[in-house]
Every structure is written in structure tokens, then in C-alpha cells.
Design a protein around this ligand. Structure first.
Ligand code: ADP
Ligand code: 5GP
Length: 204
């Protein structure tokens, strides 16, 4: 039975634990492709170009916008972030589960463009205070950068009901098992099947 690829979008305040959760659940998800975003922000210690992000200059990013390379892009915390269209198309054509870690603006754009394929989950910490503690403990950003991220988090949380699912990442194992359930459900959405051919094949 032919089935289209599917998209799973994860959003949530920076520092809520999206990357940690993803690393924890990959072993339990099959046939996925993680969408590596392009960004103009500086790499953090330990981040690798082409693994965590494609790190580019502002000029390069603006060139890519002009050339229509992005499925979506947004300015977040004063930097550009974007999802390149080509690798996504390729992964979807192979029937993969394509996983995005993008902000609330990116989620709205992808929803508008590819709604039938999208399932989305908003992830957060139990409170803003705990988010602040996690950003401080992660120790990757300056106080000014952390403060910008916390300000943005107050706005982002207001969009949580635009998402299909909501995970509070308090206990990592509990949140991971919820994320695996969502990834599994994303793969069996009825809209991923071709309506006419399913009905015709089923009747005949
Ligand atoms: P994001 O990708 O959303 O920006 P990270 O995955 O980098 O967030 O996590 C931010 C920090 O919080 C990291 O130091 C990580 O180890 C920690 N963290 C993630 N999940 C939990 C959790 N459930 N409990 C406690 N700390 C967590
Ligand atoms: P960070 O700098 O902490 O890696 O990411 C900051 C924010 O940018 C997070 O909310 C993350 O989800 C978002 N982000 C990462 N890549 C993209 C992208 O390609 N597009 C959009 N719109 N947001 C992104």
C-alpha cells in the first residue's frame, strides 16, 4: 500500500530539552530523517557543521532566501534559521518520517504549505523558572542570550494550543515515551494515504 512520507514538527522554548529528547528516542523510531536547519547563529561548543546545523553567514542566508531554497525560514532571537526544501522533498519521496525542530513561526508556515503531512508537538518545561535553570546549567549561552531566550519563551508558550500534542518535559523517560507514541501515530494518519486508490483497491 502506497503511503506518503510524514512530517513531525517539534517546537518549544530553547532549553526545554528538544535535542535531548530526540537523541533519547531515535533508537525507538524507524525510518526517520532529521531535518538539519541552516542558521546564522554561532556554533556552540561541541556543535558540528552539517550535523547540528549548517552554519552560514548572513549574506549566504539572504542569498538562499532570494533563490527560494527554503521551505520556511524565520528570524529567532536575532538570528536567521531556515529549512531547506530539497532534502525534505527527497526524504518525503522516500516515505520517511521527517522530523523538524523549528520555532512557532516555522510551524505556522509548514502547516500552511503541507498541512496534510504535518503532526506537531509543543514541548516545554514545567515552568519558566525551570527553563531558566536548564539554560543556565547547559552553560552554552551568555546571560544576555539567555535573557533573550526567556523573553521569547513567554511569547512562544502562548501558541501551544496551535499544536496537535503537548509534552511537559519534566521526567525525561516519561516525556520520551510520549514522544515515541506521537512519532508512531504520525505514521498512521489517514491523510497520508491516497484517497481514491485506497477506496478503489479496497472495493475491487
Ligand atoms: P533544546 O534543544 O530544547 O534547546 P536541550 O536539549 O539542549 O534543549 O536541553 C537543555 C538543557 O536541559 C540541557 O542541559 C539538557 O541536558 C537539560 N535537560 C533536558 N531534558 C531534561 C529533563 N527532562 N530534566 C532535566 N534536565 C533536562
Ligand atoms: P537554538 O539556537 O537553541 O538551536 O534554536 C533556537 C530556536 O530556533 C529554537 O526554537 C528552534 O526550534 C528554532 N529553529 C531551529 N531551526 C529552525 C528552522 O530551520 N526554522 C525555524 N523557523 N526555527 C528553527
Amino acid at each position: 500500500m502506497e503511503k506518503k512520507g510524514a512530517i513531525l514538527i517539534l517546537s518549544g522554548p530553547s532549553g526545554c530539552g528538544k535535542s535531548t529528547l530526540l537523541k533519547n528516542v531515535y533508537k525507538n523510531i524507524s525510518d526517520y530523517y532529521f531535518s538539519i536547519s541552516t542558521t546564522t547563529r554561532e556554533p556552540r561548543d561541541g556543535e558540528k557543521d552539517g550535523v547540528d546545523y549548517f552554519f552560514v553567514s548572513k549574506n549566504e542566508f539572504e542569498e538562499d532566501i532570494k533563490n527560494g531554497q527554503f521551505l520556511e525560514w524565520a528570524e529567532v532571537h536575532g538570528n536567521y534559521y531556515g529549512t531547506s526544501l530539497k532534502p525534505i522533498k527527497k526524504a518525503l519521496n522516500k516515505g520517511k518520517l521527517v522530523i523538524f525542530d523549528i520555532d512557532v513561526q516555522g510551524h505556522e508556515i509548514v502547516r500552511k504549505k503541507l498541512n496534510d503531512l504535518v503532526t506537531s508537538v509543543f514541548i516545554t518545561t514545567p515552568s519558566l523558572k525551570i527553563l531558566e535553570q536548564r539554560l543556565n546549567n547547559r552553560d552554552t549561552d551568555s546571560n544576555a542570550v539567555i535573557s533573550k531566550r526567556l523573553d521569547n519563551a513567554r511569547l512562544e508558550i502562548k501558541s501551544f494550543q496551535k499544536y496537535d500534542y503537548f509534552i511537559v518535559n519534566d521526567d525525561l523517560e516519561k516525556a520520551s515515551s510520549e514522544l515515541v507514541s506521537i512519532a508512531n501515530i504520525t505514521r498512521i494518519k489517514s491523510k497520508l494515504y491516497d484517497n481514491e486508490s485506497i477506496i478503489n483497491n479496497w472495493i475491487h
